[in-house]
Design a protein around this ligand. Structure first.
Ligand code: G3P
Ligand code: MG
Length: 246
């Protein structure tokens, strides 16, 4: 499916997160309504090993809960409100499970699942996500991405036909991910947008890799990236990207 997406295309970062609370079903549905063919989301495990969709390690910023996500079982997390912080019209939005996202938009959006177990890299997150991908028959509608190369190596072993994109941190911090990406079997490289150059795009394309860059919310940057042949911007604002990147 990644190879079938047109270039350029828009990937809604945490859903249409400029217009709806990030990583909620409302944000993913809105991305679809706004015409984005794909979304990015952040996946991690609950205390009882269920896969949920939330960006931060802590509940504090995007829910009415407090403390670390990984200490809570799913039932407790599902009690929380994950929408009211963004606006009163979103009160009642919950932290979604990955399974709910697959059920709701899995057949209509291409999904970039960022494997977000950065503070618990040996927790078996990849295996749990792969089980859900297989259960919902979505192996050709998913991209795995992660800043941690071993997550993608594990995904390649379990589900070799599903594409993988190495996330690369900005500037010098990303040197080791850049190095690892050279030696890995990947279908995409996901660098920080300020680092993307025409040469990088050309080299990636020569290796049949796509460049999916984050997080691009500036119209001038969208136009620059389009001009040098970037395949996708991962953006909070699909409407802005429709005007400036497509
Ligand atoms: O996938 C791009 C982007 O989501 C990576 O950073 O922190 O927004 O998950 P972050
Ligand atoms: Mg992310």
């Amino acid at each position: 499916m990644l190879t079938k997406l047109p270039s350029p295309f828009i990937m809604a970062h945490r859903g249409a997160s400029a217009h709806a609370p990030e990583n909620t079903l409302a944000a993913f549905e809105l991305a679809y309504q706004q015409g984005a063919p794909s979304i990015e989301l952040d996946a991690c495990l609950t205390a009882d090993r269920q896969v949920i969709v939330i960006h931060d390690n802590s509940l504090d910023r995007t829910t009415n809960g407090r403390g670390p996500v990984k200490n809570q079982p799913l039932a407790a997390l599902r009690e929380l409100d994950a929408g009211a912080w963004f606006g009163p019209q979103f009160k009642g939005e919950k932290i979604p499970t990955l399974e709910q996202v697959f059920e709701t938009v899995g057949k209509k959006l291409f999904i970039n699942v960022e494997l977000k177990n950065y503070s618990t890299p040996a927790d078996g997150l990849v295996d749990e996500v792969v089980k859900l991908v297989l259960k919902h028959n979505l192996a050709d509608r998913i991209l795995f991405s992660s800043f941690l190369p071993p997550n993608l190596t594990r995904a390649a072993k379990l589900l070799p036909q599903t594409p993988r994109g190495q996330l690369i941190e900005g500037g010098r911090t990303g040197w080791w991910q850049r190095l690892a990406a050279n030696f890995m079997a990947l279908q995409a490289e996901n660098p920080y947008f300020e680092d993307v150059t025409a040469g990088m795009v050309k080299r990636a394309h020569a290796r049949k890799r796509r460049i999916l860059t984050w997080t691009v919310d500036d119209p001038a940057e969208m136009r620059r990236l389009r001009a040098i042949g970037v395949d996708a911007v991962i953006t909070d604002d699909p409407l802005l990207a429709k005007e400036n990147f497509l």
